[in-house]
Write a protein that binds this ligand. Structure first.
Ligand SMILES: [Zn+2]
Length: 436
């Protein structure tokens, strides 16, 4: 289609308003007030198939991704069986092709069965189509094994995506360790568990010269470690998640204040108050405090942070409708990510150009892949309410349920083809034109 008067932002964050082609076809659509962006790339999503289809499937996840504006998603290998064999990688790719949602790039396991004892055959997995290796959900505890994973991954020309966490230190923690965890009487996850692991991982990566990508960095000190590693020339990259850029540990106690909203008074009247111990707020790494949130935004602004990745972690209600300590970790976030980020930009937490880069050219660089000409059309002013029905994902586990958000993807184009279009979108535009 051809969009007129549309504001296009490219993968380098440059913007221009005018007439732009999006996908194939010559239909002309009024793009006034709309944004045309490159298709977003998510380095981190859990599609749950095979093994946990009650939480998500490749097809439901790939369609939820399009609604969130992500035309490419990297699927994490913590499935059952774990994605540790070339046949499983090929099967994932075949199913994704049939689903015709977002393109799905397989991330294969580092160790057999993700058990952390023995390396998977990384060279064969890369040949089968794995774009990266990760035991995400778990770190590789054994430093020697981690070193050889990095060496083989370098040989295979792929990055290692590491969930950096010292599990001895994090123990049985379920939320950020601080005043809120103390008030609630919940076991805390110490920020030091992330920081010491990041320091170890960077040191090992530097010794091997391999490409190390640190997943979901959530602490100010973690960002500082990446910043200095980059300054010293290490091939280290990192991602942050939308929930760590917007939500706070106080959400576990029932607050629903975004990090940029004032503490008292002025929060929007439609914002629901949450209840304490809502397991939808349970995520690993946990929601942190305001100083950490500010540090993540500063890391984005100065290029320390390469990508914003959703860590979309859908769960069937049975895994969340239990006591806080017992509930599964994870937030279903691929459909709310862009809205939350646009609202943060409105609140001057960061620049649109920086966020667009972190969702497009940044993740492409981490993967070492060229950008496609996939595109999305966004109505930045369209409001919507997050509800069970509004989410295409099988995972309804988000603390944003009931929340009114602003900014909505109205079309997603993959391989030149419109694979998602909001049914109301073009109809509404025509009605506006008639009314004028
Ligand atoms: Zn993880």
């Amino acid at each position: 289609m051809i969009l007129t008067n549309v504001t296009r932002i490219d993968a380098d964050g440059r913007s221009s308003t005018g007439r732009h082609q999006a996908g194939s076809g010559t239909e002309t659509v009024d793009g006034s007030g709309l944004l045309l962006l490159p298709g977003l790339i998510d380095l981190h999503a859990h599609l749950r198939e095979p093994g946990f289809e009650e939480s998500e499937t490749i097809a439901t996840g790939a369609h939820a991704a399009l609604r969130g504006g992500f035309t490419t998603v990297c699927a994490m290998p913590n499935t059952q069986p774990a994605m540790d064999a070339p046949g499983l990688v090929a099967e994932l790719t075949a199913r994704a092709r049939v689903a015709r949602g977002a393109r799905v790039l397989p991330v294969a396991a580092i160790t057999r069965g993700r058990a952390g004892h023995e390396l998977a055959d990384l060279v064969e997995l890369a040949a089968a189509g794995a774009v990266a290796f990760s035991d995400d959900g778990d770190p590789v505890d054994d430093a020697r094994l981690f070193r050889s994973a990095l060496e083989y991954a370098r040989g295979a020309g792929r990055p290692v995506f590491e969930h950096s966490q010292d599990r001895v230190l994090s123990g049985r923690g379920v939320m950020h360790e601080g005043a809120v965890s103390a008030d609630l009487g919940l076991a805390g996850l110490s920020p030091a568990a992330e920081e010491t692991a990041i320091a170890r991982d960077i040191a090992i990566a530097r010794a091997t010269g391999a490409r190390l990508h640190l997943q979901h960095v959530s602490t100010a000190a973690g960002i500082d470690l990446v910043r200095s590693a980059k300054a010293a020339g290490a091939s280290v990259t990192c991602e942050v998640t939308p929930h760590h850029l917007a939500l706070l540990d106080e959400w576990v106690a029932g607050s629903r204040r975004f990090a940029w909203e004032p503490v008292r008074g002025a929060s929007p009247p439609q914002a629901p108050r949450g209840v304490p111990y809502d397991s939808a707020t349970k995520v690993n790494p946990p929601l942190r405090g305001e100083a950490d949130v500010r540090a993540l935004w500063a890391g984005l602004a100065d290029g320390t942070v390469d990508a914003i990745a959703t860590d979309h972690a859908p769960h069937a209600s049975i895994r969340k409708d239990v006591e806080y300590a017992e509930a599964a970790f994870g937030i279903s976030g691929i459909e709310t990510a862009l809205s939350v980020l646009l609202m943060a930009i409105d609140a001057r937490m960061g620049e649109l150009s920086v966020v667009v880069r972190a969702l497009t050219s940044g993740p492409a660089r981490v993967l070492g892949l060229a950008l496609t000409d996939d595109a999305i059309v966004v109505d930045p002013l369209r409001e919507w309410t997050v509800s069970v029905e509004a989410l295409a994902s099988r995972g309804k586990n988000t603390p944003l349920l009931g929340r009114r958000l602003r900014g909505r993807v109205v079309a997603a184009i993959v391989d030149g083809e419109v694979r998602y279009a909001d049914p109301a979108w073009k109809g509404a535009r025509r009605a506006e034109a008639v009314a004028r």
